[in-house]
Each structure stands twice: as C-alpha cells, then as structure tokens.
Design a protein around this ligand. Structure first.
Ligand code: 26V
Length: 848
C-alpha cells in the first residue's frame, strides 16, 4: 500500500465544548469509567435502576457506554477527512451481514477485560451472559453480505477512509425454525428490543424518485435536454453504524438508508381530504426498506427489489456528491474523492444514476459525465450461475426508471458503435454484449451495464476470475483485458479467530506474539512447531475447548447429545443444490449402511453437523433440509449408531452461530460442483481455526490447497473442465450409479422410504433429480468423495498426524485475512491510501 500520510492534523478532543468530550464517563477506558458510563446510561438513557437491571438492560447500557467511546473516534475520523480531503471508498452493497457488535467493538477498542470487570460490579460474572442477549442484524443472505462486513472491518483496521452504503431493512433474513424436519421461516424482528449501535441522521436525508415520465426541453443555451418527472417519491433517512478498526482511531461508517414517506406529498393529500390515499402512499414508501429478499430466483417482489436497489444507490450517490459540495470541491473532481465499488450487480444502477445526477442535476456534458463515472466505478462479480445474474424486464424497468432507461440506451448505443468499428458486420457479438437482451422478454442485463461502466471488474477467487474471462464474458475480456482482474476474498481474523476462538488466540499470542491479529502471515512461524508433541497437544486442547462449547450448544438447541471427542464434520452455508449438502447426506447413509452391515473399516466416531437456510421459494433446497433431518432421525435413534455416528441439523445458522461452529470443527466440507462456488469464505474461516478441508477444486479451495499444501487437504471430485466434458458428452448419472454398488444401495434405501417413515413419495423429487439429470454431478463425484472420507477416517486414527495437518492449516491460511484482500483492492483498483487518525488528548489521560 502507498505510504501512509503522516501529517494529518490531530483531532483535539478538548476543542469544541470543553467538558463534553472530556467526560471520563464517556471516554475513559478503564473499568471504573466503563462502570460509570453504564450506570449513567442505565439511569438516564434507559430509565432503569441498577438494582433491577435485566441482562438486556445491562447489554444496552454497556453498548451505549461503548458507543460513547466510538463516537470520539468516529468524529475524529470525519474531522480529519474534512480538513484534508482524501479519496474515500464507497462500498455499495445491498447486504451487510455485520453480526453482533458489542464483542467486536470491545475487542477493537481493547477494553474487553474492563467491560468484564465493570459487569462484575453489577453482579454479572461473565461477559458472555451479556453478549448472548444481543440480537444480530441479519441484513444479508450469506457470503456476499458477510464479505461486505469483513471488508468494512478491514478497511477501518487499515485506516482507510470508507463508507459502506446499504439498506436498513426492518426485517433481515428470516429466522429458521425446524418443525417436523422442515424449515419454517419466521420474520426477523431484530429491532424489537432497540438496537443501540445506530445513529439516525434525519438532517442528511435524501429524496428519491420513481416512475412517472421524461420530457425534453431546451436549456438556456438552446440545447435539448431531458427531464424526469417522477410520479412517486421516497425519503432515505441515513442510519449510521460506526465501524471501528482494530486498535486504531479510524472509525469508518456504515450508512444504511431507511425509507420514509415524503411528508409534503402526504400533506397535499391530507389537504384535499384524501386521508387514506395519503396513508397508502406513506405505507408504500416505507415498505421499500421493510424486508431483505432471500435470493431464490423467484419473481416474488421483483418490482420492489429494483426499487430497493435504486433507492439505496440514489441516496448514496447524492450523499457523495453532496459531500463535495459541502467542502466546495468541484463535482468534476468526484473520482479524486470517491471510489465506488459495486458489490455484485445489486447496485449496478449506479452507473446510470451517477450519469443522470451529473447530467440532469449538475448540467455536466455526456462525455465528461461518462469519464467521471467510468473513472470512479468498479464492479465485483460474485457468481457465474446464470439464474443468479440479474436481468430486469424492460417494461418494469421503464415503468420505474424511465430516465435511467434513456441513459442506458445512450450508453448502449455508444458502446455498440465502438463494437461495430471493431467487429464490422458481426451482429452476433453486438447482440451478445448489448446491455439490452432482445431475446424473448426484453430485459436489461445488469452485469453488462456494470462491466461497461466500470474501470475494473473482478472475480472473488483465482479460478472464478479466470472463468469470468474464459466463460462468462470472453468478448468483454478480449475488448478490455486491462479491466479484468482478481481479488481473492478474505475474512477478518478479528471476528473469525480472535473473538470466536479465545482459546486458540491465546495460544497463538503465546507463540508468535500479539501482532498476528493484524499480520496473519506471522502465523507461518507456527510451522516450526509441527513436530513438537507438546505444542500439538496444546493446539488440540484449544480445539477440544471449542468442541465442548458447541456440544453443549447442540444439546441445548436440539436435545442431541454429541461426544466432543468424536470427529466434528461440518457443513454450514446456504442450502443449495450446487453446494451439494445432499452429497454429504448420501455419504452419511453409506456410512450408516456400513455400520449396520458390519463393513465399516474404521471405528471413527463422527458427528456430522449441518447448518444453513434455504431460500423460502427454493423447493429442492427445502427438501434437502427435510432429507438431512430424516437421516438424522433414523441414525440418532438407532442404538447401533451409538458412539459411532451422530447427525445434527443446527437451526438458524447465522454469524453468532458461526462463531461457535468454526473453532469446533475438525473437518470442513467444501464440496460444491467444481466451477460453481465463486469463492466461498467459510472454507477460510475453518482453515484458520485449524480444520482440515475435504473439498473439490472449486472457488478459493484451489488457493487454499496450494497454500496449505496438497498433503494437508482432502481433495476429491471432478475438476471444472472434467465437469464441462461430462456436460458436453451427454452426462448420464446412471453410468456412475451402476458402477458403484454402495451408491445403488444408498439410493434404494431412500426409495423404499427408510428415511421418511416408509413414505416413498417424500424424497422422490430429490431422487429423480439425482438419477435423472443430476444437474450438479452428485453421482459423478460420489464414489471419489466416499473414498476420500475413508482417508479422512484413517488420518483421524493417527491423532498426531491429524494435529500436525491442522496446525499447518492455521499456520498457512494467513493469506485469507481480509486485510490482504483490502490491500489489493486499495492498490490495484481503488488507488487509495491509509489516513491515520490522531487524537491529541489521549483518552487514557482522562482517567489517569
Ligand atoms: C443468488 C441466487 C439468486 C437466484 C437463485 C440462485 C442464486 C444462487 C446464488 C446467488 C448468490 C449470488 C451472489 C453471492 O452471494 N455470491 C457469493 O459471494 C460470496 C462472496 O464473494 C462467495 O464467497 C460465494 O462463493 C458466492 O456464492
């Protein structure tokens, strides 16, 4: 990364209102000050007496006390950028799965122990009882949203000025219950107890239009221009969440927009007596940020989804432009001050919206506006699945965003002209690359809009970026090779090791010192210990601690007793056919059969744990959950399985549960069909925490295996090109079934209803899919997978060898720190540098 700028003027806490910022109760970092802060918040903010405070009250009081301490750094960070403007990252994402905030903020501030001590004075013995009370905001579906959260944390930790822009959904991803083996969705009311981490900023609200029509007019200079007259409006009210870096003063901001009704319109309706009309409009505009849509590819709520996207993108761009105005910076200097990253195509409308704002609002000419747009926007692609690539029906688009469609037509026309020059007479390529898909129902291809409007397009793992260039967009890649690049995903070691795995963290600190948390490459030093029995035992003990914790969690949630000394074999992620939880399930049946028949070679007790949500409209994924639970019922109630096999489906997998699962895992299941998983990030969290991976050559598994070395990774399955070959040569799952008697027997058992109380119909759709088309090549990979599971069992029987492999996984997975990913984005795509924030009156001084 470029040299940090050293010479920022420090932020003097004593400046504006002496006494206010200096209040030790609000800024002091020792346990007394935290205690005082909590007491004051209990009394004044929450209206509670310390003597009758519930755990939730204490959680709120502690959180407010912590937020006070964040504010110092948050305001200091804003002051620094105001005084000395510097390029800021705008990370646009429809999802931010930030997880619980209290523990993370305590860690990053460095006052976890102080908080624990303060709580003791309220009679609370362990901080964890208070942390458990926190509701997590589930503002994301899975990997993409969690990645955005890891990236925000790394940006702040690397002292890079950044704003994450998104939506403050009132209901996040649904909560999952399991009833009779089926998934049941329950609305996620994460705000019900009050959420202390946000700061509503109504004075910075923005107007957003929808619908209506455009009209052309002549401006003062006689030029024809277009004007948009929307028929509807909404107001975006920013709710800011401070994002503090690890042990630094940089505190970035997550700015989430909540949709509000436009009062002026209400009042107009009130005045003419249309009370219900006014209320309806109010309800409609507030519905905009009501709920996060699960990604299920259904047509459900499509209109509202597009509205949500335009809503948050428009507010965010207006906010960025306004920040320039406030500092009297010419709008044409936008790219010097903002670098706008599109997290997938959900915010891709930004290309058209920025053009619209520049041209219609700021009267900037097309060429200049295009130059500004393409110099500031970059796009990350997160999937190759055709059904997941966003397209909007042209009619719907025109209806909601008529001016944007005009602009898109113009962008497209100019782009196609460029193509015509390069490929004269080649209409095919024009059709293929056009932003408008003319086949069938006409639609707007958001990935094309993003690719044409961005200066860089990146995939999220080496293989994935390569497939973007070779398969998804070969013509675009040929046209603009310099635009296409890779940034392999990463995860923050603060949450995924330091917070979630204190036992391992302590050992790492003893061994390599405390700096591994910000420099994961230091963990390489652990390699020296790979043959040190004493150390390996200590390492194993940290794992056992995690497994004990997960065991009691499993028992409390499901009633199932699991043995912490058994091999914990885990697959947690969204439920999807391409992720192939059913492959794992079939393998369990094979193991079950072997035990029943007395043909199991290895007496390895295994606990196989699943977790993950299925999109509510995704029938097959929901059936997969039912299937796993059907198997679990049979296995767990059969005395022959005692001490050998347990199957658990953990309901409601989320960030909080992930923190319990990753440290407790021996074997990480990363078994997607090669070429389908863009990266995966769970694979990284598991490896850092010393789990071994059984996996295919897919997504970031490829890089993981290269890094930890092939002898420390259980590889199986067809490669991406072998899968392509099968596909192109009339793949027949039957061929593979016929070659594998064990697989045949497994399928027969399902067919006769062994896992569905004799019901032969229940799992038929699943069986038919596997034995019919088998779109994700489960049958093709089954035998290799089963054999590799034997190798796993054999390895487990040599505990020392296993521990050595596990240690090497931790030691060599530093590359997957999101700090590394963010550094790459900063250097090669965003061209931004760190901006340290200094505070002259160190808060330490206050209490000493
Ligand atoms: C969306 C949809 C919508 C239609 C139905 C099927 C379907 C399947 C997947 C998706 C998700 C697309 C975007 C996404 O979440 N990608 C994930 O991004 C992670 C962070 O880069 C990455 O680790 C995962 O491999 C990738 O699936």
């Amino acid at each position: 990364m470029a040299n940090p700028m050293k010479s920022n003027e420090p932020f003097d806490l004593r400046l504006p209102t002496p006494g206010c910022y200096l209040d030790p109760e609000k800024a002091g970092m020792d346990s007394d000050a935290v205690f005082q802060g909590m007491t004051a918040h209990l009394f004044y903010t929450l209206g509670k007496l310390a003597t009758s405070a519930s755990p939730h009250d204490l959680y709120m009081a502690l959180s407010y006390a912590v937020k006070d301490r964040l504010m110092t750094r948050y305001l200091a960070s804003q002051e620094v950028i105001r005084k000395k403007p510097q390029k800021t990252v705008a990370y646009l994402s429809a999802e931010f799965l930030i997880g619980p905030q209290l523990s993370n903020n305590l860690l990053n501030l460095g006052i976890t122990q102080e908080a624990e001590d303060a709580l003791k004075r309220f009679g609370i013995e362990s901080l964890s009882t208070i942390l458990e009370v926190e509701e997590e905001p589930g503002l994301g579906n899975g990997g993409l949203g969690r990645l955005a959260a890891c990236y925000m944390e790394s940006l702040a930790s690397l002292q890079v000025p950044a704003v994450g822009y998104g939506i403050r959904y009132e209901f996040g991803i649904f909560n999952q219950l399991i009833r009779d083996g089926w998934q049941v969705e329950v609305t996620d009311k994460w705000l019900k107890g009050g959420w202390p981490w946000e700061l509503p900023q109504p004075d910075e609200s923005c107007f957003v239009g929808f619908g209506g029509r455009t009209e052309s007019y002549r401006d003062d200079k006689g030029n024809y221009r277009s004007r948009w007259i929307p028929s509807e409006h909404a107001i975006g009210v920013p709710h800011d969440v401070p994002v503090l870096g690890y042990r630094v003063n940089t505190c970035d901001r997550l700015r989430l927009w909540r949709a509000d009704a436009t009062e002026s319109f209400d009042f107009y309706a009130f005045n003419i007596g249309d009370y219900y009309g006014a209320v309806e409009e109010k309800v409609a505009s507030e519905t905009l940020s009501k709920v996060l849509y699960p990604n299920d590819g259904t047509d459900e709520g499509r209109r509202l989804r597009l509205k949500q996207q335009h809503f948050f993108v428009s507010c965010s761009l207006q906010d960025m432009l306004r920040s320039l105005e406030k500092r009297s910076i010419p709008i044409t200097e936008f790219p010097k001050h903002w670098t706008v990253q599109l997290n997938d195509t959900h915010p891709a409308i930004a290309v058209a919206e920025l053009m619209r704002l520049l041209i219609d609002q700021y009267q900037i000419g097309w060429e200049k506006a295009w130059n500004i747009t393409t110099s500031s926007v970059a796009y990350t692609n997160h999937t190759l699945l055709p059904e997941a690539l966003e397209k909007w029906d042209l009619g719907l688009f025109n209806d909601l965003l008529p001016r944007h469609l005009e602009i898109i037509y113009e962008i497209n026309w100019r782009f196609l002209q460029q193509l015509r020059l390069r490929y004269p007479g080649d209409d095919k390529i024009l059709q293929k690359l056009s932003i408008i898909d003319e086949e069938g129902f006409k639609s707007v291809r958001m990935a094309h809009l993003a690719t044409i409007g961005a200066h860089h397009i990146n995939g999220v793992a080496a293989l994935h970026s390569d497939l973007i260039k070779r398969q998804l967009m070969p013509e675009f890649a040929a046209l603009w090779p310099e635009k296409f690049t890779n940034v392999t995903n990463g995860v923050t070691p603060r949450r995924w090791v330091a917070l979630s795995n204190p036992s391992l963290s302590n050992l790492l600190e003893e061994e390599v010192g405390p700096n591994w948390i910000t420099n994961m490459e230091l963990l390489k030093k652990l390699e020296e210990k790979k043959d040190d029995n004493n150390f390996l035992e200590k390492f194993e003990e940290t794992k056992l601690n995690g497994k004990r914790k997960l065991s009691s969690f499993v028992h409390s949630k499901t009633g199932i007793l699991v043995d912490p000394s058994s091999l914990f074999d885990v697959q947690v992620k969204r439920i999807h056919q391409y992720k192939r939880q059913h492959l794992n399930a079939l393998q369990i049946i094979a193991q079950y059969l072997r035990i029943k028949n007395g043909t199991n070679k290895f007496e390895v007790p295994r606990t196989i744990i699943f977790g993950g949500k299925a999109a509510p409209g995704y029938f097959m994924a929901k059936l997969m959950i039912r299937f796993i639970n059907g198997i679990a019922d049979v296995v767990n109630s059969d005395p022959d399985m005692d001490g050998l096999l347990r199957v658990v489906f953990l309901p409601d997998y989320n960030v909080k549960l992930g923190e319990i699962v990753y440290p407790a895992t021996d074997l990480s299941e990363q078994i997607s069909t090669a070429g389908k998983e863009a990266s995966g990030t769970g694979n990284m969290k598991f490896a850092m925490n010393g789990a071994l991976t059984i996996g295919t050559l897919d997504g970031a598994n490829v890089e993981l295996r290269d890094l930890v070395k092939k002898e420390n990774f259980f590889l199986f399955g067809k490669t991406e090109s072998e899968i392509m070959d099968l596909k192109n040569n009339n793949y027949s799952p039957k061929t593979f079934i016929n070659q594998c008697p064990e697989l045949k027997e497994v399928l027969r058992l399902i067919e006769i209803g062994h896992f569905s109380n004799g019901d032969k119909e229940l799992f038929k759709p699943l069986l038919n899919s596997l034995t019919g088309h088998d779109p994700f090549f489960v049958m093709a990979d089954f035998e290799d997978y089963l054999n590799k599971q034997d190798v796993v069992s054999e390895c487990w029987n040599n505990k020392k060898a296993w521990n050595k492999m596990a240690l090497l996984n931790t030691a060599r997975s530093g590359y997957f720190s999101s700090d590394r990913s963010i550094r790459e984005y900063c250097e090669s795509i965003w061209k931004v540098s760190p901006m340290p924030v200094e505070i002259t009156c160190d808060v330490e001084e206050l209490t000493n």
